[in-house]
Design a protein around this ligand. Sequence first.
Ligand code: GLN
Length: 537
Amino acid sequence: MASTKYIFVTGGVTSSLGKGIIAASLGNLLMARGYRVTIQKFDPYINIDPGTLNPYEHGECYVTDDGAETDLDLGHYERFLNVRTSQANNVTTGRIYNNVITKERRGDYLGKTVQVIPHITDEIKSNFYRLGETGDYDIVITEIGGCVGDIESLPFIEAVRQAKWDLGESNFLVIHLTLIPYLAAAKELKTKPTQHSVKQLLEAGIQPDILVCRSEKPLPADIRRKLSLFCNVQLNSVIEALDAETIYDVPLLMRKEKLDERVLTKLKLAHKEPPHIDEWRTFLSRLKNPTNEVNVGLVGKYVELPDAYKSIAEAFIHAGSQLECKVNVHWISSETLTEKSVKRALSDLDGVLVAPGFGERGIEGKIEAIRYVRENNIPFFGICLGMQCAVVEFARHVLGLANAASTELNKGTEHPVIDLMEDQKKITDYGGTMRLGAYECELKKSSKAFNAYKASTIEERHRHRYEFNNKYLKQMEKAGLKATGINPKSKLVEIVELDNHPYFVGTQFHPELKSTVMSPHPLFVSFIDAMIKNKKN
Ligand code: GLN
């Protein structure tokens, strides 16, 4: 354990300062210097995982290869670091308590009174160290969700305090992310909220080593000096984090402020060479100097909160940069789409993506959108529920199966073209019971998917309960909707494509979850490519 270095990232003043992006940017720079890095997030809420949370509450639920339903910050970690995360990278208060209570029932505590300190904090700490103990990492970055001073994050903060003595001072570092507000009336940046939040950390026994200060204006020297003096950190450990044009600028901004150097010095790690960030710079320069532009409609029901579709939005950015194409995403509420309104809403777009989702709200609008793009040769990409809606739409309007539906939305439908698998029918609990995580899929040669992936076997992540009903497969294929991706074990249909259409692809899995800056997702690349071509025509 002693050879692994631990960096804890806490937040103060307000939430939503972008701890995940700062942690991911730091991880990116350290990896670019040749260190093996992973990032984990500890969330203070009582849900065992965010899988049961409404996207309006907490944004998208990100799914890992091993089928963990996690916080969307894990998506940032994967996108910035180009490494895979797992269940161990996201732990909630609910999971900690669940573990402790399970042990208590088993009799593991041998008659002791089970308490927050030491039992809960011990459980938190053993989860802090789990990834480090594998020996796979030189540095483990741990983001503590929420704000210091919140009642619910207290046990995590206390565990961080204790961890310093388990790990040894030179293996332990705390970065505190805070906000320096600008008061327009006074024309001044204000340090007081930061002073107070550092005071709160100090009351909990933690002296931050580095302050990362979010600010809309550059921090002048006197403000840096003041922060250093009042918050008891070295002057060169006051790091400015200016609002960025894109989140992908942040690693370079942190590099400019020498955050990586400060961290290495404090952890007594060799600086090795300067980070290799040329490819990252190339990505950014393509992103900022596009030679093409497309307009894509994202049809979904959570469009008021773009965080609900975070990975899709980011996947467009990665793939767009590869093609030097600016992708303008137009968020369209599926509830507003009707037979009458659909033309006005979609006819000017170069392509339409129909989003994943759950439940009945907005379904008919998604089906209207798909009918419109199918009949008008507009490139279409359907993900999960989006793919299921494409199957329903095709059944209703091409096969003429009136009232065809998914049994998620109409249990008694005559034509359950999307239906539950037998093993799902017995399940009554909601949490963690969907088809989750990575599954293999075999691609049919000469399909759009095969051309995009340039591989015959792929692996993609799932999060759904309902499936394409194979009883309808023959009929659909005969009429032109082909199953081009099949799970080799279960024979479940994972991809459908339409013949004689510029681009009509639906995937039961979530390709967006595997798109990263350094490896944009092939299906997003091929979809954007189809939009560019469609525009030219
Ligand atoms: N609600 C659908 C299902 O459970 C689709 C889920 C999704 O889009 N992630 O199968």
